[in-house]
Design a protein around this ligand. Structure first.
Ligand code: COA
Length: 184
């Protein structure tokens, strides 16, 4: 659990429960329907969307009564890719621009660092989502590459998807040095 947004009403980030999902769903579905930031299937329902979001470490940002936003995080790939974390974020459009997304982003990076992930990667940040791109950059992410014309934006047509990345491990190993011995 964490606090953020000094000077504003208290913002609490806590682990989501199943009871939170019906409170997430209205803005989840609005953001997906807007079609500008995520490539989820367009025919999702309260029930079919639930396992897509309520999976891994899921948190909500609340002001004590209202769910303002949510984030989910966990391994980006299974098995041998599981040391790289991934995260996704949605803030209720009615509550965007108040620091909720920044607080959730900070939380996710700190969560991944504490969990021992080597890095955090966002696989598909829509290049026209300039608010998100600037926010993730300000939290230490860089754009590794942009997959051209990978997202069919309802206004801008085919636009790129950025792969954004931040190393979390404390220091890079010199490749000329012998690899550390595996821990028993
Ligand atoms: C991207 C998103 C998570 C950001 O959440 P948010 O609560 O609106 O963001 P914050 O209020 O913390 O603002 C973060 C920064 O973006 C800026 N910002 C927020 N909304 C903005 C807007 N509409 N236009 C321009 N800048 C904006 C803020 O000024 C802030 O910058 P600052 O801290 O330097 O002042 C949220 O807009 C969202 O859920 N969007 C739809 C889904 C999405 O895009 N998810 C991320 C996919 S990668």
């Amino acid at each position: 659990m964490g606090q953020a947004n000094e000077g504003a009403p208290t913002l609490v980030i806590r682990e989501a429960t199943e009871a939170d999902w019906p409170r997430i769903w209205p803005f989840f579905s609005a953001i997906v329907a807007a079609g500008e930031t995520y490539a989820y299937p367009e025919d999702l329902t309260l029930e079919t969307a639930r396992p897509l979001w309520m999976d891994g470490h899921v948190v909500v940002a609340t002001d004590g009564t209202t769910v303002l936003g949510t984030a989910k995080m966990g391994p980006n790939r299974p098995g041998r890719g599981a040391h790289i974390a991934n995260a996704s974020f949605m803030v209720d459009p009615a509550h965007q621009g108040r620091g909720v997304g920044r607080a959730l982003g900070r939380y996710a990076v700190e969560w991944a660092r504490r969990a021992g992930y080597h890095a955090m990667q966002f696989n598909a940040v829509v290049e026209t989502n300039t608010t998100a791109v600037a926010l993730w950059r300000s939290l230490g992410f860089e754009i590794l590459a942009t997959v051209p014309e990978a997202f069919n934006h309802p206004v801008h047509g085919l636009v790129g998807l950025h792969i954004m990345y931040q190393r979390l491990a404390p220091e890079a190993r010199d490749p000329s040095e012998p690899a550390p011995l595996a821990q028993p």
